[in-house]
Design a protein around this ligand. Structure first.
Ligand SMILES: O=P(O)(O)O[C@@H]1C[C@H](O)[C@@H](CO)O1
Ligand SMILES: Nc1nc2[nH]cnc2c(=O)[nH]1
Length: 278
């Protein structure tokens, strides 16, 4: 007889538990859109609309306390103009924190179980395009998974064509026509890339290098969610930047860009909700 107490819980059942715990605690039956706030993006929540509910993330099954500066530790539900409900996942678990790939995508799976049909992912990352000064938001058009891991296992073959939904990217560009687009490459982290790895990323077609987002987008696609991804270029990537990298610079760039990012993200989420009302 195996001792189940030592078995790791099924991640899909844990997401169901988390969604049910959120329903219980909030009294809200379902949400429409989920958004993950990466470095620099936390200011958007306040502009979304009326906060209906907030809880420390680790009060909900499967969520950890965030351990990265620049990340808050709460799960919040807002009602936005038009009545749509938005779950703000303010407690990202990064792959490099060592809790495993399922913990990294738990928020996405929970949002899907809680009724979301759209996921908006945001992050702070390094830029390979010298025109993108620190503080520049960039729309993600596609990604490269350089983590060597996957949230999807078994004979479940998931297509990744248009994983960053073209319709949602059009809406974002209608909100801010000046938005550039880029391909985001997720490294395992917590190391920043060596200059040689940045050049490799460029050869492989990436223009953004980060430590999140890709595994989350893959889990979202497996769950059938539409996905929109925004990067904030917080620094020029190693070797392109004239100075060594550090997380304080990432957080500072996020703080400086926060007002513009908050407006962009909240307006885009409002526009997505409006478009799906039609
Ligand atoms: O959650 P994101 O991807 O915005 O966090 C960025 C990437 C690393 O976690 C950290 C490195 O500075 O900030
Ligand atoms: N991997 C990676 N993540 C980042 N997050 C913020 N800046 C960077 C960067 O240059 N590389």
């Amino acid at each position: 007889m195996t001792d189940n107490a030592h078995m790791t819980p099924d991640p899909y059942l844990l997401a169901k538990d988390a969604a049910n715990a959120l329903r219980e605690a909030s009294g809200i039956e379902r949400i429409d859109i989920a958004v993950t706030l990466g470095s620099g993006w936390s200011g958007a929540a306040e502009l979304l609309g009326t906060e209906l509910f907030s809880t420390p993330a680790d009060a909900i099954p499967g969520f950890q306390k965030p351990s990265v500066k620049g990340h808050v530790g709460t799960l919040r539900i807002f009602e936005i103009p038009g009545g749509a409900r938005v779950l703000v996942l303010g407690a990202r678990t990064h792959y490099y924190e060592g809790h495993g790939v399922n913990a990294t995508v738990h928020g996405v799976r929970t949002a899907a179980e809680f009724g979301a049909t759209t996921l908006v992912l945001t992050n702070g990352c390094g830029g390979l395009n010298e025109q993108w000064k620190p503080g520049s938001p960039v729309l993600i058009t596609d990604h490269i998974n350089f983590t060597g891991d996957s949230p999807i296992t078994g004979a479940t073959f998931v297509d990744q064509t248009d994983i960053y939904t073209p319709r949602l990217r059009e809406i974002a560009k209608s909100v801010d026509p000046s938005l550039d687009e880029g391909i985001y490459m997720q490294f395992r982290g917590p190391f920043y890339e060596s200059p040689a790895e940045v050049q490799m990323a460029r050869v492989l077609g990436a223009s953004l290098v980060g430590m999140s987002t890709v595994l989350e987008a893959m889990a979202a696609r497996e769950a059938g969610l539409d996905v929109l991804g925004f990067s904030l270029v917080t620094n020029l990537a190693a070797g392109i930047s004239p100075t060594p990298l550090n997380h304080e610079e990432v957080v500072e760039a996020g703080r400086a860009a926060a007002p513009r990012l908050a407006k962009l993200l909240s307006s885009t989420i409002h526009a997505i909700a409006k478009e799906s009302d039609r």
